[in-house]
Design a protein around this ligand. Structure first.
Ligand code: ME8
Length: 560
């Protein structure tokens, strides 16, 4: 309701928009406050992916970061939610790919878009909307949005010349290109940032007055939580401070026919990047927005300029609030080079899912990568990590403590308070870790530091293994030792329970298996149930016991 009222207000008083925007901006939640909110709505997006080639690990990585954040927010009780992904299907690059494949762009897009959807389904990405830019709801949203910008006086017609990079679908300035000698000895101008070839173009375009939004953008970027991690925020601030030039938002139809017509001028198509960015409004129901702005927009560092400059400026111009937070991640490399379809060095995600399971791949991608720096793909590293952490540490702890030989009543037993008087140091250290774990992990999830969250969880699991090794429960099977045996098992299984709840955003199926094994009911798997000693009957204490669920092997060791 509030969102709708604001939109109408903005549309009616277009001239006052930027002033209203600043007021709204001050009142609105910053990204960090927003993460700490535990209930209410949540809107997260991934980039929409080009259909000019097959999906790879890098694309999956973006979707996975969004999925893990989304699952975390659901566990914390967010109710009205939107998690969108999809495919970007217009533009010269796709037009050329269809021609090269000797099929119509329609058929070509259908086929490749399906591959992205198929991959995301196989990887258990829990998106709520998969948008394609060829859908009529999107075409309508784009035309409505451009019409609105035109009515607001933000678009003019002009002649544009510059270096055009088809691979990046972007015009570049002289300082963004350099001359290179190809392997065949020819001189070729290329983009400095991506290395892709560029060609000189001059054409009549519709232009967006981007240059007049410098102050608005600098104001928006003042909030330190606007872009995560900080190094990308600083990069953006620098680009915007250097000054902005107006943005060409159309292409002549005779050059790019595979696109959405500019409203009122069939001879021009909308620039594919502007078309693509509007997908985020399409999924929100534009012009009747169900939810706005997005809480988080996940992107790769290669598309920071588009999301951190063009997109917020376009939104501000049309009287809408820019996203609360942009999560900009670094890249997966192979032997130090960016994994990309144009370099032909991609790692196939389907193949890795088959070899290592969906959750095996999810775990590695989130465990091994940081958002601020590139990560290098290594199958050897993956096998070692998964064997050490999922099979040997977590799997072994669960397996030991639920084995009928050690736990014949197949119970999640009671902890006796008298045992706590005699607990060894390794046990006290573990209890301390478990007490701190929910807050620590929550902080890391809120900052998208998934590798650090897993570190905290795995440290606790390792400490529990040390504790069990020291207490030797297998030597405590006499009746008089039962209180101690139960207490040791309870502390170890409590670690597994907490780890199971905390790992759900990262490895939902595997974590589900852990919690099934322990007999934890679905409503006891939410974030607030992670507190150490939680029990349904006596919250905050260890007085109750319960039956374990069915025993299964958690993770089969992988061979190198
Ligand atoms: O740029 N490592 O689509 P795209 C990590 N359609 N992530 C990677 C990666 C790598 N090696 N390679 C790609 C587009 N990505 C536009 C987006 S949004 C309105 C339009 C991820 O198919 C990363 O998120 O080239 C990057 O930003 C995205 O895929 C680009 O995918």
């Amino acid at each position: 309701m509030i969102i709708r009222r604001h939109n109408r207000l903005f549309n009616a008083a277009f001239i006052m928009v930027r002033c209203v925007y600043h007021c709204k901006y001050v009142r609105h939640l910053s990204s960090r406050e927003n993460c700490s909110a535990k209930t209410g709505s949540y809107f997260i997006t991934t980039p929409i992916f080009y259909v000019n080639a097959q999906p790879h690990i890098g694309h999956l990585h973006s979707a996975l970061l969004a999925d893990a954040s989304y699952r975390f927010q659901l566990l914390r009780g967010r109710e009205f939610t939107l998690f969108s992904t999809g495919t970007d299907e217009h533009g010269l690059k796709v037009q050329q790919a269809a021609t090269n494949n000797n099929i119509s762009p329609f058929q070509y897009c259908d086929e490749v878009s399906d591959k992205f959807r198929c991959l995301f389904d196989a990887a258990n990405i829990g998106y709520t909307d998969f948008v394609r830019t060829v859908e009529s709801r999107h075409v309508e949203a784009v035309q409505k949005f451009i019409t609105n910008l035109m009515a607001g006086g933000h678009i003019y017609q002009g002649s544009y010349s510059g270096w055009y990079c088809v691979s990046d679908e972007a015009y570049l300035t002289d300082v963004q290109v350099k001359e290179m000698t190809t392997s065949s000895g020819q001189k070729q101008m290329v983009s400095i940032e991506s290395g892709h070839p560029v060609e000189w173009n001059k054409e009549e375009n519709y232009m967006f007055k981007l240059s007049s939004f410098q102050n608005d953008l600098l104001h928006w970027l003042k909030d330190d939580g606007r872009v995560t991690p900080k190094r990308f925020l600083e990069e953006l601030r620098m680009w915007v401070s250097e000054g902005l030039i107006d943005l060409s938002i159309s292409r002549p139809r005779d050059r790019v026919s595979w696109g959405i017509p500019v409203p009122g001028d069939y001879m021009h198509t909308v620039y594919v990047w502007v078309d693509a960015l509007i997908n985020y409004l399409t999924v929100a129901g534009y012009p009747e927005l169900k939810l706005w702005p997005p809480d988080v927009q996940v992107i790769g560092k290669d598309i920071l300029r588009f999301h951190g400059i063009y997109w917020p400026a376009l939104l501000i111009a049309s009287g809408l609030e820019p996203p609360r937070n942009i999560l900009c991640h670094s890249h997966w490399t192979v032997e130090g080079q960016k994994m990309s379809k144009s370099l032909g060095n991609v790692v196939c995600p389907h193949d890795r899912i088959e070899k290592y399971t969906t959750d095996g791949l999810r775990y590695f991608l989130l465990r091994e990568s940081t958002t601020h720096s590139d990560s290098n793909w290594s199958d050897t590293r993956l096998v070692r990590l998964l064997n050490a952490e999922l099979a040997d540490s977590l799997g072994n702890l669960l397996n030991r403590c639920t084995a009928p030989s050690l736990n014949p009543r197949l119970e999640f037993p009671k902890l006796s308070s008298s045992y706590l008087q005699t607990i060894p140091e390794s046990g006290s250290k573990l209890m301390e870790q478990l007490t701190k774990l929910p807050d620590d992990v929550e902080g890391h999830y809120c900052n998208y530091n998934f590798y650090r969250a897993v570190d905290v969880i795995m440290n606790a699991v390792r400490s529990a293994n040390v504790f069990v090794q020291e207490e030797k429960p297998w030597e405590l099977k006499n009746l008089q030792d039962r209180t101690k045996l139960d207490s040791v098992l309870r502390i170890a299984l409590e670690t597994v329970r907490i780890a199971g709840i905390a790992l759900q955003p990262i490895v939902p199926t595997l974590a589900g298996k852990v919690l099934d094994c322990l007999g934890i009911l679905s409503y006891d798997r939410l974030w607030d149930k992670m507190k150490v000693g939680f029990s349904r009957e006596k919250q905050g204490y260890f007085e109750t016991s319960s039956s374990l669920g069915r025993r299964t092997k958690l993770f089969n060791k992988l061979k190198l």
